[in-house]
Design a protein around this ligand. Structure first.
Ligand code: DON
Length: 560
């Protein structure tokens, strides 16, 4: 009887809610990339086609963040059959990679080798992801979806302050590699605002992919040039490494928080597991409905514990066994929550085994929802701004330095201060552990799509966004909210400058947390909210950078 009533009410609610959004939304880190996505939707492409177009355009106009020389994670939802999957296009270590390849004879890690130049580059996954998405999920061929990016590469895009800031950060390294410097600098100096950056070599590489799919990149003339350039400059890539690269489809991490179903990135990203473990710990306190005064403290304590487990257990699932079910279980969350004191910060040293993480630089996220309800959350990266700084001759492809996301030596920190365990040691063909956290959250009456760059801080940023969404806040609040972060070690709350004056910071200090400013704002969140009850779609780009978020009705040609 009761069950019948619940069923009837559920059906009634479902009827009252739109089955499809009827409008499309795209949020990405550059307005020109967002526009490229709408161009493809207008041509009859679906969200998966649009996401490829956006990512390809970002590879051109946001060359410091992600691109054909990098990889990333694509979280997909197909509306027809409800399929949810993650396309893992993370870079792999070349076959000649060794566990101690960044150490000198004395066993000391040579940081320069791990982040600069061709030895720092893993085998890119982006072109394979484009090909895979187009063939398995898209409606349009790559010759259509890559067209806007090819045009942008040929015609150029104007330099703005954001570009100058990131190129400034990597200028010295770019200047070591003449082909990269010729494209991204102006006589070795930072190009002035308004300078048009044209990338004809990159246009040709995109054309090869548009014409030949994955073979356009992983075999033939482009592959030859990539391998030749890398090896001549001291790298270890082989043609076999490129030929062997494959994306992998993996089941997302799924959990629940405050009535929302959270879907996020599985290993080799730590994102979904760390976020879900932390959300599960919060759920131990009144189901996650926590007073404003206590919430920051409990959030930090949850992060502290979840990040400790990141360092202890996580790596590439094809190489290491991980206690994933246990980490995500309610009984484990209960056990972890039991060590939290309501009135005092737990020093990380009291929790055992130190594993440290720090700081983030650049990468990109895009969120797409099409009018039919298909969704993509993709976080893509070449790691540090302009990746390794290295560009093989005649390719226009700037290579990643994602190898630095491995742990080069037990106890030795990477660019984010991350110190990993054996689980994340370098091995041929292995994928380095990531923090990228593309995420969906499904509530009874609304759907959220979000993600951000930010190195090890990605996970806490996305979780703050999920918490905003769960509290029913509008999408603008998720991307603007002041950010704070804790990652077990260093044992301090790292926060944006403006966070220090908030009541949240005060409540943390009262409980003994060391709250420090990281001196600048961080993150570049791109988010979409589909409110099914109100029949409304909204999108927001992080105001900290130059992104573009828009909601549009289908083009007139497509309307009934
Ligand atoms: O995969 C990772 O976790 C890093 N390579 C991401 C780097 C990043 O987000 C830099 N961003 N600002």
């Amino acid at each position: 009887m009761m069950r019948g009533l619940v069923l009837a009410l559920t059906l009634l609610c479902a009827v009252a809610q739109a089955a499809t959004p009827g409008k499309a939304a795209i949020a990405s880190a550059h307005p020109l990339a967002t526009e490229a996505g709408f161009e493809i939707l207008d041509q009859g492409g679906n969200a998966f086609d649009a996401a490829v177009a956006v990512a390809a355009a970002l590879a051109v106009v946001e060359p410091y963040s992600a691109g054909m020389g990098g990889g990333g994670f694509w979280l997909l939802h197909r509306q027809d059959d409800g399929k949810q999957t993650m396309v893992d296009a993370r870079e792999t270590a070349p076959a000649a990679a060794t566990e101690d390849m960044y150490q000198d004879e004395a066993g000391k890690v040579v940081r320069d080798r791990a982040i600069n130049g061709p030895l720092a580059a893993g085998i890119p996954g982006q072109a394979a992801a484009f090909d895979y998405l187009a063939r398995r999920y898209g409606e349009l061929p790559l010759s259509r979806t890559l067209a806007p990016a090819i045009r942008l590469a040929r015609e150029g895009f104007p330099v703005e302050d954001h570009y100058r800031a990131l190129a400034g950060y990597r200028r010295e390294v770019l200047n070591r590699y003449p082909h990269a410097a010729a494209v991204f600098l102006d006589g070795g100096r930072l190009p002035a605002v308004g300078t048009v950056i044209r990338q004809p070599d990159l246009a040709r590489v995109l054309e090869a992919i548009a014409e030949h799919g994955r073979d356009g990149f992983y075999r033939g003339p482009v592959a030859d040039k990539l391998v030749k350039g890398v090896r001549e400059a001291g790298g270890i890539w082989t043609k076999k490494d490129l030929e062997n690269y494959r994306v992998k489809e993996r089941d997302p991490i799924v959990g629940h928080f405050r009535g929302g179903r959270v879907i996020s990135a599985p290993p080799p990203s730590a994102g979904g597991i760390v976020m879900m473990e932390a959300l599960n710990i919060l759920s131990q306190f009144n189901g996650g409905e926590i007073s404003e005064d206590l919430l920051p403290h409990l959030t930090v304590e949850a992060w502290r514990r979840a990040y400790q487990d990141r360092g202890r257990y996580l790596g590439d699932p094809d190489f290491v066994d991980m206690p994933v079910d246990n980490l995500l279980s309610n009984s484990y969350a209960e056990e972890r929550a039991a060590s939290i004191e309501l009135d005092r910060a737990t020093p990380s040293s009291e929790l055992g085994e130190p594993v440290a993480t720090e700081e983030g630089f650049h990468t990109t996220h895009l969120s797409v929802l099409d009018a039919d309800g298909n969704r993509v959350a993709a976080t893509l990266s070449i790691n540090l701004p302009f990746g390794s700084g290295f560009m093989p001759k005649d390719t226009g492809v700037i290579l990643n330095n994602e190898m630095d996301d491995f742990s080069s030596k037990p106890g030795s920190p990477n660019a984010y201060g991350l110190v990993g365990s054996k689980a994340n040691a370098i091995a041929p063909g292995k994928r380095p552990l990531s923090s990228m956290t593309p995420t969906f959250v499904e509530f009874d009456d609304r759907v959220a799509i979000l993600g951000t760059p930010g190195g090890s801080r990605i996970i806490t940023m996305v979780m703050l966004g999920v918490m905003e969404a769960a509290a029913g806040k509008p999408v603008e609040d998720w991307v603007t909210r002041q950010r704070f972060h804790h990652q077990f070690l260093p044992d301090r709350v790292q926060a944006e400058p403006a966070f220090l004056d908030t009541p949240e910071a005060k409540s943390l200090r009262l409980r003994g947390h060391d709250v420090v400013s990281v001196e600048r704002e961080y993150g570049n969140m791109q988010a979409i909210l589909w409110d099914r009850k109100a029949g409304r779609v909204s999108a927001a780009a992080d105001p900290r950078a130059i992104g573009g978020a828009e909601v549009r009705a289908p083009a007139p040609a497509d309307a009934d």
